[in-house]
Design a protein around this ligand. Structure first.
Ligand SMILES: Cc1cc2nc3c(=O)[nH]c(=O)nc-3n(C[C@H](O)[C@H](O)[C@H](O)COP(=O)(O)OP(=O)(O)OC[C@H]3O[C@@H](n4cnc5c(N)ncnc54)[C@H](O)[C@@H]3O)c2cc1C
Length: 441
């Protein structure tokens, strides 16, 4: 990993911790109300920490390129999922402790009308969080459409944070001091501003920088390539392996964009970008019906899955549609006249549905490129590799200084898990391999 990335990681991690811990320490500053028993104070601290962590989730998912770049968007989303669970656990444990110690603050009044507003907002916040977690963890089992889930996720998160804040202000034990009250309210405003940035300001920016579809090309394996060019602006530059969020048939204000890797060369002129999309669901099925000339919106580039570190050779390992970022890397290296050896291990079902295989053969004439196809359903006369890409396949086709090469892996999750394990067994250091997972959710 480059020194610059390490420094950026350290700085952003410190800022993240500061945002979580500073408001807690601020609570202890200035004039304090008389202390209560340990259980109450402990439970309240958990509640405050949980809410601070919840609020910061808006920052984690705000797609700040400069922040996410050292890690990669997929790592940030996985962190978001893990840390959110921890935040929700803290918030839920907060009233449970109060109930366990028989605190008066959670005693139910005789009539529901007498329930204080602070408690009502607490119930709303915790209820929203529980629904949010259940729908996030079991969306597929609950058969909730991705787009509907995405919208409800934002609404539930907003409700939880808003209601949590109103609960704190309503309860007011630590927030009687106007300065502390202003600090927490200010922080909530900041979190909401992050959401507005993603949902309002960024789309406004994209609205002024549209793209047009220049070509719709059918590829092998029920896959379509969209060739896109900036319309009235210079476009953006990307690094091979990065991806963008595509919005079709809608304004950039639409909640859900779809992430796709760029498959074209990063050296392509006139801001051209290609995305190669496999039919795997309702949106991807409809892509082949896109008309040439159609206006579309692209948000990008994102991701840390990219070449650039010094290495003796690149080893690209693709499964299925995971070939798209590799294609961008290979095309870019060809355009740059890169003389280093390049090995592509490409796993697929059968020979006919291997996307890009014709162009890959042509690219061999421009690069020191070796391609090893691994088919799970090969034709009878197939003399190449069969089954899955395993450590044995590496050993048969790669020069043995395994730890000196730079590896890039993209494909189905099971394949990626198996390859990461194999590379670990071959003593390839973690910093030498890079993975791009196509499942954020
Ligand atoms: C970084 C990244 C790069 C990708 N690059 C490519 C590529 O180059 N080519 C390609 O064909 N596919 C790529 N994908 C996968 C692609 O984004 C999904 O297949 C596509 O969004 C599915 O949409 P759908 O409506 O057709 O399918 P659906 O039936 O709606 O969804 C199928 C599954 O895809 C996931 N999904 C759906 N919408 C989204 C979304 N907006 N964001 C994240 N996940 C979603 C969900 O888990 C869902 O269950 C990439 C994914 C990621 C995360």
């Amino acid at each position: 990993m480059q020194h610059r990335d390490l420094v950026r990681k350290a700085i952003w991690s410190a800022i993240y911790l500061l945002f979580i811990l500073a408001p807690l320490f601020a609570l202890l500053a200035g004039k304090l109300p008389p202390a209560r028993n340990f259980g109450t104070e402990f439970s309240v601290a958990l509640g405050y920490s949980g809410l601070a962590m919840m609020g910061l989730q808006f920052g984690l998912t705000a797609r700040f390129r400069y922040v996410t770049e050292p890690w990669g968007e997929d790592v940030i989303y996985h962190f978001h999922r893990r840390i959110s669970l921890m935040a929700v656990a803290l918030v839920v444990v907060h009233p449970l402790i109060l109930i366990a110690i028989g605190s008066e603050s959670v005693a139910l009044p005789d009539s529901v009308w007498d329930i204080p507003w602070g408690a009502r907002f607490a119930a709303l916040s915790i209820g929203s969080l529980i629904v949010l977690v259940v729908t996030a963890l079991w969306r597929k089992q609950l058969k909730i459409r991705y787009e509907l889930w995405h919208l409800s996720h934002i609404v539930l998160a907003l409700t939880a944070v808003f209601a949590g804040m109103l609960h704190m202000v309503g309860w007011g034990f630590y927030l009687v001091d106007p300065f502390k009250r202003a600090l927490w309210i200010g922080m909530t405003v900041f979190w909401i501003a992050l959401l507005l940035y993603v949902r309002l300001f960024k789309p406004l920016f994209m609205l002024r920088r549209p793209y047009r579809v220049a070509e719709v090309r059918m590829e092998r394996g029920d896959t379509v390539t969209l060739v896109m060019r900036p319309d009235g602006h210079a476009g953006f530059r990307f690094k091979p392996g990065q991806f963008g969020w595509l919005t079709l048939w809608a304004s950039p204000f639409r909640i859900t964009g779809h992430p796709f890797s760029f498959s074209s060369s990063a050296e392509a002129p006139d801001g051209r970008v290609d995305m190669t999309i496999r039919n795997l669901g309702d949106f991807t099925n409809a892509v082949k019906a896109v008309a040439v000339g159609q206006r579309i919106y692209l948000d990008g580039p994102y991701g840390a899955f990219t070449i650039g570190n010094p290495t003796d050779m690149h080893v690209l390992i693709a499964g299925g549609i995971g070939i798209t970022p590799m294609m961008s890397m290979i095309r870019t290296l060809a355009d740059r006249g890169d003389p280093r050896p390049l090995v592509l291990l490409y796993g697929g079902k059968d020979w006919d549905t291997l996307t890009f295989r014709d162009e890959l053969d042509t690219l061999k004439t421009r690069l020191d490129l070796k391609i090893v196809y691994v088919l799970s359903q090969p034709p009878e006369d197939w003399s190449g590799e069969r089954g899955r890409i395993t450590a044995d396949v590496f050993k048969r086709h790669l020069p043995p200084a395994y730890a000196d090469h730079e590896y890039f892996i993209c494909g189905p999750d099971v394949m990626m898990d198996a390859i990461e394990t194999a590379l670990g067994e071959m003593k390839v250091p973690l910093a030498r391999y890079h993975s791009e997972r196509y499942s954020f959710v």
